[in-house]
Write a protein that binds this ligand. Structure first.
Ligand SMILES: [Zn+2]
Length: 648
């Protein structure tokens, strides 16, 4: 999600250490743990629940998933029926759930996120509506009537007892019918009625929550965080009246069945077209020439090894589509589509925006092929990512519209390719989306404009805020706060490591992490150790600095002393973060010279260092320029200190 505010929750370090070990706590939120301070060496501090997963042999200090690593998996076959403007969604769902864990399960935990509309609150920004929320009409488990108590469910999670336990390495088959009432969008509605005949349907089906090797069932209620889902296989069919177009996660299986021959041909042409093809325009939709003219049409989609499905449907949206070669070696093409109100000027550019970003992300940063066959930008209200789908708001500023799309597209990698627990460790996801949004912004708008936007949008408010309430980035949600910890600070840590290692080694290390953990559930320590192994360096001092201390960005230049061959500069790190910076030297002859310092200068001492600049010239003044690692107090960044003018 593209979060525009950067407040973080207030919690001081002293509040850490409430509990010894994580078990499923009553409110589903793991307690914080005090971790021993880092004292050097091969391993970083860990809470006991993470240490347990390491000791069981699922995760290793090499960064690779070990032979005892497991994760669970489901096959979902879902059929929904929607008849706008009626806002009831009816679903029939068949699930085969595989328990790959070594544990016997006496119950199954469900995520029912649309229940968020009942009570409102949370990050969904839903308006409270007692009529909202999902009702299960019937459930059978392995053919036997199951027990589901709608009345007992108030929130977004439900632990359903099993009559017969699900044994390790066994599976269970469930058939469920359900319905719920969609509501109008709240302030941040990530799934909602967009207009009376345009719906964005997401989080819509009962889903078995993640059962993992460090927390057991994910019982965290839907709130501050976003995704944490298993990699499942999906078949989804959406039945709507004629003249409604449906776009969704997954490949459309039956264009000839649901579209008019002319529209189906335009759609197929778009799959190999660089230019934007109008599969349907407002005029086509009003003339009823786009869909097959049956009473209802059932649009079928399929996707494998994916963490969720989302759907949008409308009887008047434009549907643009094109494609881009993301891999020159194989000629592989990815389909980019947009689904929007004809009067939204920005969305008319979305196919070309997406063609650029899909190719750029695949070949530059992260430099990993876009892992899906398609992507669709839908005009909604949320600026929120879903696998292969984006729910983006209309923007008047085209540059900002492109940046929003870039950010949501970047989420494809984290969390949809790397199955991280974003509702717990959001920095593993939002931090990367923010990093990639900045990096793609450089070729799109130039370095200076990208830097300025990143500073004003992601860093400025945080760096000039109150650092007494800073929490370490490693602090899980909700205690850690889904603000600067998840977005700006985390992005700076990734960019600082890129600066320190150089692009080639950083990419090698990042690819090691991504190769190790894609389609799996990595924890932060898997990232740290994969980067160490990938880079061939022990970077624990750097990770300890950025993730385990409540730092910020603030340097001071205290002195410059002439020594043999140049000058020695005394620099203090007041904020504590191991940031890169430039020393800008101005000489007596009026010329200037810039000396870049990577974070490696902080390896031995993260409080005070001496930086040597090599020059034969006489130094008149020197200034520290931190660039995007904005300095909280720039007044002490220049030597000699310019005496303040005394005003009488
Ligand atoms: Zn985001």
């Amino acid at each position: 999600m593209l979060k525009t505010l950067t407040f973080s929750a207030f919690l001081c370090l002293a509040a850490l250490g409430a509990s010894a070990q994580y078990t499923n706590s009553p409110n589903g939120v793991p307690p914080l743990e005090k971790m021993a301070p880092y004292t050097g060496g091969a391993s970083l501090p860990m809470p006991s629940y993470i240490a347990k997963a390491f000791s069981k042999g699922g995760h290793t200090i090499s960064g690779k998933p070990a032979k005892n690593y497991w994760e669970n998996h489901g096959r979902y076959d879902i059929a929904i029926n929607v008849n706008p403007p009626h806002s009831t969604v009816r679903g029939v769902e068949h699930i085969t759930y595989f328990n790959n864990s070594p544990d016997k399960m006496d119950s199954l935990n469900w995520k029912l996120i649309v229940n968020n509309h009942r009570t409102g609150g949370g990050r969904g920004g839903a308006t409270p509506n007692p009529d909202a929320g999902i009702s299960v009409d019937n459930i059978t488990i392995n053919g036997v009537q199951g027990t589901w108590d709608n009345a007992a469910i108030s929130g977004t999670v439900y632990m359903m007892p099993l009559k017969k336990p699900l044994m390790p390495h066994d599976s269970i088959k469930m058939d469920i019918t359900w319905h719920y009432l969609m509501t109008r969008s709240g302030t941040g509605g990530r799934e909602a009625i967009i207009d009376s005949t345009t719906f964005y349907i997401a989080y819509f089906y009962p889903r078995v929550s993640v059962y993992d090797d460090y927390k057991g069932w994910d019982t965290q209620p839907f709130g501050a965080g976003e995704f944490y889902n298993d990699f499942n296989d999906y078949k989804l069919s959406v039945t709507v009246p004629k003249n409604f177009v449906v776009v969704a996660t997954g490949e459309l299986q039956n264009p000839n069945e649901v579209m008019s021959p002319a529209a189906a041909q335009r759609y197929k042409t778009s799959l190999t077209s660089d230019s934007t093809i109008h599969v349907s325009t407002l005029q086509d939709m009003l003339a009823h020439t786009v869909t097959a003219q049956n009473a209802t049409n059932t649009w079928r989609f399929a996707a494998t090894n994916i963490s969720d499905m989302a759907v949008a449907l409308s009887d008047h949206y434009d549907w643009d589509s094109g494609s881009v070669i993301t891999d020159d070696k194989t000629g592989r093409r990815v389909n980019m589509a947009a689904f929007f109100n004809d009067n939204a000027d920005d969305f008319h550019h979305d196919v070309q925006f997406g063609r650029y970003s899909l190719r750029w992300f695949s070949n530059n940063w992260p430099g990993v092929q876009y892992p899906f066959p398609k992507s669709t930008a839908v005009q909604g209200t949320a600026d929120m990512e879903f696998p292969m789908m984006m729910n983006d708001s209309h923007q008047n500023d085209l540059g900002f519209a492109e940046m929003v799309q870039d950010h949501e597209q970047a989420h494809t990698y984290m969390p949809f390719y790397m199955g991280i627990n974003e509702s717990f460790y959001a920095f593993m996801d939002e931090g990367w989306a923010t990093t990639l949004e900045y990096l793609i912004g450089i070729p799109e708008k130039g370095k200076k404009a990208a830097d300025d936007e990143f500073k004003s949008f992601r860093i400025n408010r945080w760096v000039h805020g109150n650092h007494a309430t800073e929490t370490p980035i490693i602090t899980p949600l909700p205690q850690g706060g889904n603000g600067s910890n998840s977005y700006g600070k985390a992005a700076l840590s990734y960019l600082a490591l890129k600066d320190m290692l150089g692009d080639d080694l950083f990419k090698k290390a990042l690819h090691n992490y991504m190769d190790n953990w894609h389609s799996k559930h990595p924890v932060p320590w898997d990232y740290f150790y994969s980067m160490n192994t990938g880079a061939g360096k022990n970077l624990n001092w750097f990770f300890n600095n950025w993730f385990f201390i409540p730092g910020y960005c603030d340097l001071s230049l205290d002195n410059a002393k002439e020594v043999k061959g140049g000058y020695d500069l005394s620099i203090k790190n007041i904020g504590g973060f191991a940031i890169p910076f430039d020393v800008v030297a101005t000489y007596d002859d009026g010329t200037t010279e810039t000396f870049h310092q990577t974070p490696i200068v902080w390896e031995k001492d993260q409080k005070a260092i001496t930086v040597h600049i090599k020059t034969g010239k006489a130094l008149k003044s020197a200034t520290l320029d931190n660039g995007i690692y904005m300095d909280a107090n720039e007044k002490d960044n220049t030597w000699p200190v310019v005496a303040a003018t005394v005003v009488k």
